[in-house]
Design a protein around this ligand. Structure first.
Ligand code: FE
Length: 238
């Protein structure tokens, strides 16, 4: 670890502890906060979680996080690194890899793994211990302008997450003029659609089955009411 890495991690820990808004996706995707060895020449790595593994309990247990982050997210990182090794994308950024492989039939494996690295990093940051209260200020204004009320946003977001058939994600995004909700299947991600993601929820079964079994709607309700990180959402508007 370089002194620059240590400095970045220290700064981030300070910002988290002091409750200051962090543009976490930008920090993570730049690869400054990583766990384990980074593959030489690549910027892709497993980012540090923005909180302890038990920090979201009991809404999401440490057991779920340990498998979801430590096994699933890590596997997406490992697979991405294997698939880019020795190719022209070896040194590309995560976003470039995703955008350059999207929709290409001979790059499905790399797209799926790289997009899942992005989506999971975004998901960890979309949650915070003690989150879920209604947004304030600019975010509240935008929610009201786009959906009519916070309640209508919560219903639209929850409905998208509940009705995503099979594995996938629900998102709050900015489309350039207003906020909107969408759902994506499997690894699909709004950054290939010229949309700016603000918040996401993972509705793959691995995200909730250990804690909620088949009760996906209960997991979604708890996410919205207890974990949703509006500070992160607002940081993504910048
Ligand atoms: Fe997941």
């Amino acid at each position: 670890m370089t002194s620059e890495d240590r400095s970045a991690i220290g700064r981030r820990e300070f910002l988290i502890k002091s409750g200051v808004a962090v543009s976490a996706a930008a920090t993570f995707l730049a690869g400054t906060n990583t766990v384990g060895a980074q593959q030489a020449g690549s910027t892709i790595s497993l980012p540090q979680l923005p909180y302890a593994q038990d920090a979201l309990a009991p809404t999401i247990s440490a057991n779920t996080i340990s498998f979801h982050y430590g096994k699933h997210h890590q596997a997406y990182v490992n697979n991405t690194l294997k698939l880019i090794a020795g190719t022209e994308l070896e040194k590309a950024s995560l976003e470039d890899i995703i955008k350059k492989t999207a929709g290409k039939s001979d790059q499905v494996g790399l797209f799926n793994n790289a997009a899942q690295v992005f989506n999971h990093t975004f998901y960890w940051n979309s949650m915070t211990p003690g989150g879920g209260r209604e947004p304030k200020g600019r975010m509240a204004d935008m929610i009201n302008e786009s959906f009519g009320s916070y309640q209508k946003f919560a219903e639209a977001f929850s409905n998208a997450a509940t009705t995503q058939f099979g594995s996938g994600w629900a998102w709050l995004v900015h489309d350039g003029s207003k906020l909107t909700v969408l759902k994506t299947g499997n690894a699909d991600t709004p950054i290939t659609m010229s949309l700016k993601p603000l918040i996401t929820i993972d509705v793959w079964e691995h995200a909730y089955y250990l804690d909620y079994q088949n009760r996906r709607a209960d997991y979604i309700k708890a996410f919205v009411e207890k974990l949703l990180n509006w500070t992160f959402a607002e940081s993504n508007l910048a």
